[in-house]
Design a protein around this ligand. Sequence first.
Ligand SMILES: *[C@@H]1O[C@H](CO)[C@@H](O)[C@H](O)[C@H]1NC(C)=O
Ligand SMILES: *[C@@H]1O[C@H](CO)[C@@H](O)[C@H](O)[C@H]1NC(C)=O
Ligand SMILES: *[C@@H]1O[C@H](CO)[C@@H](O)[C@H](O)[C@H]1NC(C)=O
Ligand SMILES: *[C@@H]1O[C@H](CO)[C@@H](O)[C@H](O)[C@H]1NC(C)=O
Length: 285
Amino acid sequence: MEFYRIQLVAIVSLVLLFPSSTIGWGDDGHAIVCKIAQSRLSAAAAEAVENLLPKYAGKELEKVCSWADHVKFIFPWSSALHYIDTPDSLCSYEYSRDCKDENGVNGRCVAGAINNYTNQLQSYGSDTQYNLTQALLFLSHFMGDIHQPLHVGFTSDRGGNTIDVHWFTRKQNLHHVWDANIIETAEGRFYDSNIDEFINAIQQNITNEWSDQVADWEACSGNKTTCPDIYASESIQAACQYAYKGVSEDSVLGDDYFLSRLPTVNLRLAQGGVRLAATLNRIFG
Ligand SMILES: *[C@@H]1O[C@H](CO)[C@@H](O)[C@H](O)[C@H]1NC(C)=O
Ligand SMILES: *[C@@H]1O[C@H](CO)[C@@H](O)[C@H](O)[C@H]1NC(C)=O
Ligand SMILES: *[C@@H]1O[C@H](CO)[C@@H](O)[C@H](O)[C@H]1NC(C)=O
Ligand SMILES: *[C@@H]1O[C@H](CO)[C@@H](O)[C@H](O)[C@H]1NC(C)=O
């Protein structure tokens, strides 16, 4: 109990100290991915997820979908697990070449972390050495991150973090535009600033517009439980085709950019949610 309180105080003060920390889809992007995923769980997976969720989540995965961002400060080893740096301008990803941290340690990237926490969760129901609550929260968060195109970006600009732009009239960096600004502008303009209306619109497209693609999104070749290399390859391709395209230092990004990139953001949020559910359904049977 005391430990919880200290942890909570630490987290709250860190959040207050670093209010604009930008790692991963913003809170809304992550909540959207997790809410879509939880609505698609099998009975067995839904039960396992409920058992593993911390009490304060009130059985809602979306409530703890940004946990992994908040613990970057108390688990510094985890910050390299949110992204992948790929070679500049190459627009491709390869696990053996790119999935490593700044010290060159293999497997320490978001794709390696998804494999890691998927493997850990497969020990659910047996006597396990792992903290499966943490494994669930990490996996749920990283499945969102790997679908954010600029989380699989170029090395020298740190996935757009060092590219300064204007989002309409506001100074911003390109990475943050994709984490949060496109989503927030869409919510404000089209969905009454109501995240649930935005989620409903995505859900409707999953069942109508994209219904014939969903099985492909869910599939993993060779009986694998999860396929982060596919998701990462798609992301760097979308980063080149949409996120970086036409953008340079000090670009002003307004309606042209917003309206032409929003469909990609909608699609990646949908795929993240569908694939998190598919992975959890395979893990928990
Ligand atoms: C795997 O999970 C363990 C436990 O959280 C962690 O210590 C380790 O750094 C993780 N490695 C990767 C590549 O995710
Ligand atoms: C597992 O991790 C959660 C979240 O960090 C923590 O609250 C809980 O105390 C941990 N459980 C054990 C048994 O260590
Ligand atoms: C849903 O699909 C329609 C038709 O393609 C599109 O106009 C709309 O923007 C999409 N909405 C979302 C949230 O994906
Ligand atoms: C997938 O698993 C099934 C059942 O375990 C097996 O029969 C099949 O050969 C496997 N397919 C591949 C591609 O490994």
